[in-house]
Write a protein that binds this ligand. Structure first.
Ligand code: ADP
Ligand code: MG
Length: 704
């Protein structure tokens, strides 16, 4: 270990101004345990100290910097509920300034009729604007020049603030750290030519500027470099993983397109494939012949016909003497796949089996035996397939549907089940992932997209309604039911409280019983707390058209296929994320009839919620929706990314930093193409950096 890294690894307690109590708090509350952690916990915004405001223009919610004087100070309240109110005045007006703490001390230290610079946030109390606990400084024209123009603002918590570790306190600590920091503590991690080509500060300067900017431009440049680093190193790893896979992982070569593929194509294929389906099958076919293990993501909006692609892929494997598995995230989905695959493969003489946690005893034994012996061609099921006792004779293709519920680790498990050669992997998802995001999450996968729906589909009509329209909505549902259609009514899942969630559904259900009284109307209910047999039973009743309405929480979210259902009502639609709304809407519009999605909201919604609803009403295009979702929520929340093991970025916002991402990706590509092992001396900084960071190194090895 070098002395450079040793300095940064010092426990945070050793920093001047920290000590054991604050140290413990920083560890617990902010995950800051070392000098390095503190240094790399960046401000999330900056206060521009060059900007001054007038009281007249101050609005509720603004953070303002004012120059003025106190004309009056009043103490009120008793004992520990004392309060100090000052009247602060400039040429344009006056505002109340309030203190709840240290009242006595502040009262003594403030001088009336002396100019102060005041910095704080404007809030409203009763009808008056006020500023509580502002930063105050006797105003002086010369003092202004001495301080940094931009003050960094750090994330804090109530507990940190209580111990003086608000932004101001953090700034102090950072100052203490930067005092001790030496350029040799931060060796360059990018090749020299790159630093100069990108016009970056060196690393030392970058970290100084990001915490204590000397100018707006210098700060921007520092932020740009750190964003670049975040993206560049993740891209470097993803691309390297892909290259290594291509070089080292031989794949089973599927030469023939044989009897089953032909038989299926000629006899069983119930429709003409769409152009997009054909193209995707060709892409997969090419992979399967290449001798390199396939690792392909198949994206296709709900209803775009991914299942048939999976079926064709599996048939190719079978024709070459291999077995296949198809995994789905839930029992219901897995069952549905099982049924539809059996239907597709009817009369082809292939053995398709089902496996989930609920398959037990003799039945289970038989399945495991059949897989080991190679008698079973296709196994469809849940993650139970990934468990250790499950062994294949020769696993050639593994497919997962809605992979966002299968992490990297599970994928690796699949690899180990096949025998000598890892199986080809096809990952299917209906989550339309914007290109920028796909690059960062799935950089190690090849991507195929089905961007065309089967012919004859009528786009779902999406309508926004509020409580006032309830009677019309109910009438409309009755009309649809009278025409033999079925209806989904979805209630939001309240993550924090399963109980509330259920109550919500329960109340909804009771109202529905009044609006749609039995026996004329039959209602199914499915929610997350039900046993899977009960769920299954209710689902079946709906699928078999024994019930008219399916009331559910989002458990039905993915995959469920009921072509006769033509209306999707989403209650409290404002509480759903965009991609979730889109997924839900995808449950209808699968038949030939015109389908509808009705988004019910209260009259009051947040701006973001309104934006989501508007987007849904405007477009059916999954990619457009995904882009909007990314913009509105940031990538952390876009469906699937959290579970997929993607690095959470500190500074990068994938909705905005597309340009930097593209640059970082292109550069990472070029470097690895030229020097796959990063062995050249010009790339030594990269190699050293990857080797020095345990977290990065782990990822680097995992992919190898
Ligand atoms: P998803 O991509 O959502 O998994 P599915 O594979 O379940 O879509 O297909 C949705 C529906 O479209 C199914 O009922 C399927 O039979 C039908 N379908 C798929 N491909 C075609 C096609 N080329 N022409 C007509 N119907 C198709
Ligand atoms: Mg599907």
């Amino acid at each position: 270990m070098t002395s450079a890294s040793r300095f940064l690894e010092s426990p945070i307690e050793y920093l001047r101004g920290v000590g054991p109590i604050k140290g413990e708090l920083l560890r617990k509350q902010a995950d800051i345990g070392t000098f390095e952690d503190l240094l790399f916990d960046f401000p999330f915004r900056y206060i521009d100290r060059t900007q001054f405001h007038t009281i007249k223009e101050a609005r509720e919610g603004d953070t303002v910097q004012l120059v003025g004087q106190f004309v009056e100070l009043k103490e009120s309240g008793f004992r520990n509920r004392k309060r100090l109110t000052g009247t602060f005045q400039d040429a344009t007006g006056s505002v109340d300034v309030i203190w709840f703490r240290s009242v006595k001390w502040i009262k003594q230290s403030i001088k009336l009729f002396v100019p102060y610079t005041l910095y704080g946030r404007v809030t409203r109390y009763r009808s008056r604007l006020n500023i509580a606990h502002p930063e105050l400084e006797v105003h002086s024209k010369t003092a202004k020049g001495q301080r940094a123009a931009l003050d960094p603002v750090y994330h804090s918590t109530e507990k940190l603030t209580a111990k003086g570790l608000d932004s101001r306190g953090r700034r102090k600590l950072i100052e203490n750290l930067l005092e001790k920091l030496h350029p040799s503590h931060l060796p360059e991690n990018l090749p020299v030519y790159l630093v100069s080509k990108m016009k970056f500060h060196n690393r030392y300067q970058t970290l100084r500027e990001i915490h204590m900017p000397t100018s707006m431009e210098a700060k921007d440049q520092a932020v740009r470099r750190m964003k670049f680093e975040e993206l560049f190193f993740s891209q470097l790893q993803l691309i390297a993983a892909k290259q290594q896979r291509q070089q080292s992982l031989r794949g089973v070569v599927f030469e023939t397109v044989g009897e089953h593929v032909h038989a299926f194509y000629e006899k069983n294929l119930p429709f003409e494939l769409t152009g997009a389906q054909k193209r995707v099958i060709r892409e997969i076919r090419r992979d399967l012949k290449s001798g390199v293990q396939m690792n392909r993501l198949l994206q296709g909006d709900v209803g775009s016909g991914k299942t048939i692609v999976a079926v064709m892929t599996m048939l190719i494997a079978i024709d070459n003497g291999y077995q296949c598995c198809l995994l789905a995230p839930t029992e219901i989905l897995a069952q549905q796949h099982y049924q539809s695959i059996r239907k597709y493969l009817d009369n082809l003489g292939l053995r398709v089996a089902f496996l989930s946690g609920s398959i037990k005893g003799e039945k289970r034994k038989a399945v495991l035996y059949g897989l080991r012996r190679g008698n079973i061609h296709i196994i469809v099921g849940t993650h139970a397939i990934l468990e250790d006792p499950v062994r294949f004779s020769k696993l050639g293709v593994a497919i997962t549907d809605e992979q966002h519920r299968f992490g990297v680790e599970q994928r690796a498990r699949l690899w180990r089940k096949g025998g000598e050669t890892p199986p080809h992997i096809l990952v299917m998802t209906a989550t339309p992932i914007p290109r920028t995001l796909a690059m960062t999450i799935y950089g190690d996968l090849d991507v195929s997209v089905i961007d065309e729906l089967p012919p004859g589909r009528k786009p779902v009509k999406t309508i926004h309604r509020t409580e006032g329209h309830r009677p019309q909505v109910i009438n409309f549902l009755k009309q649809e039911i009278a025409q033999g259609r079925q209806v989904f009514i979805i209630y939001p899942l309240i993550e924090e409280s399963e109980k509330l969630d259920l109550e919500n559904l329960q109340q909804g259900y009771e109202k529905l019983l009044q609006w749609f009284p039995p026996p004329e109307y039959q209602i199914s209910v499915v929610h997350g707390r039900m046993k899977s047999e009960a769920k299954e039973f209710e689902m079946k009743r709906f699928v078999q058209k024994k019930t008219h309405i399916m009331v559910a929480t989002t458990v039905i979210e993915v995959g469920v296929d009921v072509p006769n259902a033509s209306v999707m009502v989403i209650e409290n639609a404002e509480r759903f994320g965009l991609s979730q709304l889109h997924q839900l809407r995808g449950r209808v519009g699968r038949g030939a009839e015109q389908s509808y999605c009705i988004l019910m909201t209260g009259n009051k919604t947040t701006t973001d919620a309104r934006e989501r609803i508007k987007t849904m009403v405007r477009t059916n295009n999954g990619f457009e929706i995904a882009e909007a979702d990314l913009r509105l929520r940031g990538p952390g929340d876009v469906a699937g990314t959290r579970q997929s093991g993607i690095t959470q970025f500190q500074l990068v916002n994938l909705g905005e930093d597309t340009r930097i991402l593209q640059t970082a990706r292109a550069i990472a590509h070029r470097i690895l193409e030229d020097d796959p092992q990063l062995a050249k001396s010009i790339n030594k900084p990269l190699r050293d950096y990857l080797l020095s960071s345990p977290a990065l190194l782990k990822q680097w090895h995992r992919v190898g």
